[in-house]
Design a protein around this ligand. Structure first.
Ligand SMILES: *[C@@H]1O[C@H](CO)[C@@H](O)[C@H](O)[C@H]1NC(C)=O
Ligand SMILES: *[C@@H]1O[C@H](CO)[C@@H](O)[C@H](O)[C@H]1NC(C)=O
Length: 211
């Protein structure tokens, strides 16, 4: 793609979510690189109703393959291209008995709706104050943008919740996974976390980090 095309597409995307947008929707065209405002748009003439429907959140997730005993099915712009540019996404959380959604953060805010089971959900603010509470069916809680947060299944049955986030690509970052999955030398990770070498080695083993 040449620079002229990028310069034409970019201002269109930036203005898409504003009141003066000249388009109704912008289903992602993955033939072009992503920009800070999302992907360029597919030709509307090629779209059908199917492009605006995603059926990936109806299936119970298999939590047993995960170290934390949870499974997330995520509708973001990458899995559901119609979300591109609309500033929202949706995910299904299945948390096995004894499991948890590990502590993580993302660029945007999240709202959770409990469907089944009992969890303790919470976040830690920038003053290191923890706000956490037991949630049951029908409860809704918010997790403000960028703050570390978690969900722990404290019931005796699998828990199910749906979450919505105000970005089509929230940028999930799981703290423990990030610490374990990279190729930083163990000594550096120890210096920046105060973890023991054995703890760092364990996390590298679990999450595929090298060095
Ligand atoms: C979940 O995944 C594990 C490991 O791949 C597999 O053994 C198990 O049968 C799966 N369970 C279901 C319900 O699909
Ligand atoms: C910040 O945390 C400290 C220590 O826990 C607490 O005393 C203080 O009230 C908190 N400040 C705010 C603004 O929450």
């Amino acid at each position: 793609m040449d620079l002229t095309k990028i310069l034409i597409i970019f201002p269109l995307l930036v203005s898409f979510t504003s009141a003066t947008s000249v388009i109704d929707f912008c289903v992602a065209d993955f033939n072009f690189p992503v920009t800070p405002a999302g992907y360029p748009c597919r030709n509307p003439a090629s779209l059908t109703a199917d492009d605006f429907v995603y059926s990936g959140l109806g299936v119970v997730g298999n939590t047993t393959v995960d170290h934390f005993n949870f499974h997330g099915a995520i509708a973001t712009d990458l899995t559901f291209p119609a979300l591109n540019g609309l500033g929202l996404s949706l995910a299904r959380l299945d948390i096995g008995v004894g499991g948890a959604v590990p502590i993580h953060s993302h660029r945007v805010s999240e709202v959770i709706l409990m469907i089944e089971g009992t969890i303790i959900a919470g976040f830690i603010d920038s003053n290191n104050t923890a706000y956490y509470k037991t949630l049951n069916k029908g409860d809704v809680m918010i997790f403000p943008h960028t703050l570390l947060h978690f969900q722990v299944n404290v019931g005796d049955a699998p828990a199910l919740a749906f979450v919505s986030l105000n970005s089509a690509n929230p940028g999930f970052q799981f703290t423990t996974t990030s610490i374990g999955a990279n190729d930083l030398p163990i000594e550096i990770i120890q210096r920046i976390t105060l973890f023991d070498a054995a703890q760092v080695q364990k996390l590298k083993g679990l999450f595929g980090g090298t060095n």
